[in-house]
Design a protein around this ligand. Sequence first.
Ligand SMILES: Nc1ncnc2c1ncn2[C@@H]1O[C@H](COP(=O)(O)OP(=O)(O)OP(=O)(O)O)[C@@H](O)[C@H]1O
Ligand SMILES: [Mg+2]
Length: 367
Amino acid sequence: MPAHDFSPVPGHTHARVLDSDGNPVITTTGLTKVYRSRGREVTALDGVDLHVREGEVYGVIGQSGAGKSSLIRCVNLLERPTAGTVTVAGQDLTALAGRGQRAGKELRQARSRIGMVFQHFNLLSTRTVRDNVELPLEILGKSGKERSRKALELLELVGLADQAGAYPAQLSGGQKQRVGIARALAGDPKVLLSDEATSALDPETTRSILQLLRDLNRQLGLTVLLITHEMDVVKSVCDSAALMENGRIVESGTVSELLGTPGSELASALFPVGGAATGEDRTVIDVTFQGEAATRPVISQLSRTYNIDISILGAAIDTVGGLQVGRMRIELPGRYEDNVVPVGFLREQGLQIDIVGEPQLAKEGAK
Ligand SMILES: Nc1ncnc2c1ncn2[C@@H]1O[C@H](COP(=O)(O)OP(=O)(O)OP(=O)(O)O)[C@@H](O)[C@H]1O
Ligand SMILES: [Mg+2]
């Protein structure tokens, strides 16, 4: 299976979404969006319940057409949802009047506290970098002096103070996106929404922009909801993630919860480990280690306790969402039925065990 195959897993369960630490700052309930054009109906969002906690970087990933952009546009009410509610920082946005350009005053004010970063930057080519950042401040009715002070402060924050007088055409893609981010921060938002902000950038620049988003998240306590189709983006900056398919969230949770969820599609995409069975009568298991479990010699204990030969088919250690995680694919002789006891032994050591190729077994075993 390719690492980025998001085909549905039958009967897939959600990881726990919210636990006690952290207040939800973005919540959607039953969010539905049906587009009607030329007599045709497209259900882009089909009852999305999203919970993004204060101060986290939350990634939504999914294939083209899954509904990711629709979700983000409904979260800031650029699109009016067909049904469901959107609450941002305690305010029910769906209760406020207007939509798009015709938003009422309250909605416009609420929206100014939600920053938005776009894939294609959307800078005005006739304005300098500084004037682009000042634009939302003009709309907010700030005085000239205040605008220019704030714009320079924001350009400093994104590392572009020396380009304040340049025009967008004179900047690289990464620099343009920095301007886009500075502009998004003009209204001192609590929340930053980003729709494929790095998709138009090369890998190196992508890394630096993601690092900037991470730094802003830490420095300003900014909550970031980030839409992407690249697993690497989720892997490098996200605390939590959701997988969207056909307008629905099919998996969600913190990276740690996802890695600990048997059969999680997101977890195996976040942390792929290769290696195929060497023969028919073999049981292939993925063992995931998080935290202190990684330091115990469980594989040699398993081998000694049950007197079995274990082959290691693949292994990797990586940092996923800031967590040190190890994963090992091992092979035991015999079918799964012959290995119920050794597999149980591994689970009792607090390890995450996935029986490769048998998601149903993995789930049953975890009960
Ligand atoms: N304004 C619109 N009018 C009609 N249909 C739309 C509109 N916007 C989106 N859609 C449809 O809604 C579905 C979800 O689209 P959306 O843009 O949200 O997907 P996406 O996950 O962002 O995809 P991509 O990764 O390609 O950006 C698609 O079938 C799309 O064709
Ligand atoms: Mg999109």
